[in-house]
Design a protein around this ligand. Sequence first.
Ligand SMILES: Cc1cc2nc3c(=O)[nH]c(=O)nc-3n(C[C@H](O)[C@H](O)[C@H](O)COP(=O)(O)OP(=O)(O)OC[C@H]3O[C@@H](n4cnc5c(N)ncnc54)[C@H](O)[C@@H]3O)c2cc1C
Length: 411
Amino acid sequence: MERVVIVGASLAGVTAGEALRQEGFEGPITLVGDEAEAPYDRPPLSKQLLTGEWDVDRLALRSEDELGKLDLELLRGRTAAALDVAGRVLRMDDGLEIEFDGLIIATGARPLALPFGHDLEGVHTLRSQADALQIRSALERGSRVVVIGAGFIGAEVASSARTRGLEVTMVEALAAPMIGPLGEELAGWALELHAQAGVQMRFDARVSDMIGSDRVEAVKLDDGSIVEADTVVVGIGVRPNVEWLEGSGLTVGDGVICDQYCRAAPMIYAAGDVARWPNELFMHFRYGEPQRTMRIEHWTNAVEQGMAAARNLLLERRGEPLEAFAPAPYFWSDQHGLSIMASGITSPRDEFRLVHGTLESNRFAAIYGLRGYLTGVVAVGWPRMLRRYQGLIREQVSWDEALETAREIEG
Ligand SMILES: Cc1cc2nc3c(=O)[nH]c(=O)nc-3n(C[C@H](O)[C@H](O)[C@H](O)COP(=O)(O)OP(=O)(O)OC[C@H]3O[C@@H](n4cnc5c(N)ncnc54)[C@H](O)[C@@H]3O)c2cc1C
């Protein structure tokens, strides 16, 4: 019976393993992951784990029993070092070679680092359970926290640290938090949200250095000002884990480059934060040319793409037509007691409209358009509206049709 190997034993990888079994694959599955822990969930790392609401025992992606039932060979704490596509062999860094017939790459992403400061104690990035535990114990000691980067991770860390009553400063090179994904109008709202929660903010500010001999003592900004800190969390984005695939014959760049079926090569697929693929849902209005690809760094996509990759691998094995993976991507972020939900493409955008609710009430829905089509929605405190417009994005409606729907709803 053929062997399927999955590299990356986290959300996309575990989901892919489950989907293979659900779709009836009975052959051996090897799931390889370089983390020592049993597969765990990442979203709580910046939220409930940092606030102290949850402990690590709540993070497990699946129970031991559930994993056992999948009948996988789980190789934990083991790193894939190279791939031989032609020879169908995965090489581990300890020399072990694993032959495969089908392969799913789900190696995710890791945080970007600043070119300085990371050798100082008290300077962190946040991706793993171990990172989160270190940050949590720093927060428990009651430190002054500086968060560098006001993207979703930075904003959530700032929120969690404020929940603990700590002094928090957010430093961001742009003019407001989450300005890229939300646009200026909602970034202004987010700025207000953080300000009201007592987060100090330094926008249009770049960190030029970190000060301290062994431990970090302060962060230096490019205008010469100094922000004192005991704990610094750097949240300036991530980079997909593709280096181990260099020389494999697969096309890699900012992700593993796949076709619309999540296929990187015959019987080799990619899923989750590491995968870059052309999403056909957004091809009708020639979103980018010739074929604009996406790489999504969100939970729901890792689940859906893990399932899609597994399913297409089995379809290919049976010689049946593959199914394009064409979702309206969804994510949420929890900050200061509110859940920000978004779907589709919110950047780049030609159009923005607040269609329901008000920013002041922290309950609203806003839509985004590009080239005459509805492409994205952001909703706060209103999941029903999120789903409504997500449905319209799936239907590929025009911007005018979306506005018409908004008028009807407002009635
Ligand atoms: C702190 C935090 C909070 C988040 N909050 C949210 C949220 O609120 N909402 C949301 O939508 N999304 C959130 N996300 C994003 C979401 O968790 C990710 O999109 C998701 O984890 C991606 O899953 P993945 O399986 O593709 O990658 P990962 O979870 O990164 O898993 C990849 C796995 O592969 C392993 N690996 C890498 N290279 C190798 C190798 N060579 N050999 C073996 N193993 C390897 C990695 O160590 C890792 O275990 C958050 C992420 C973080 C870090």
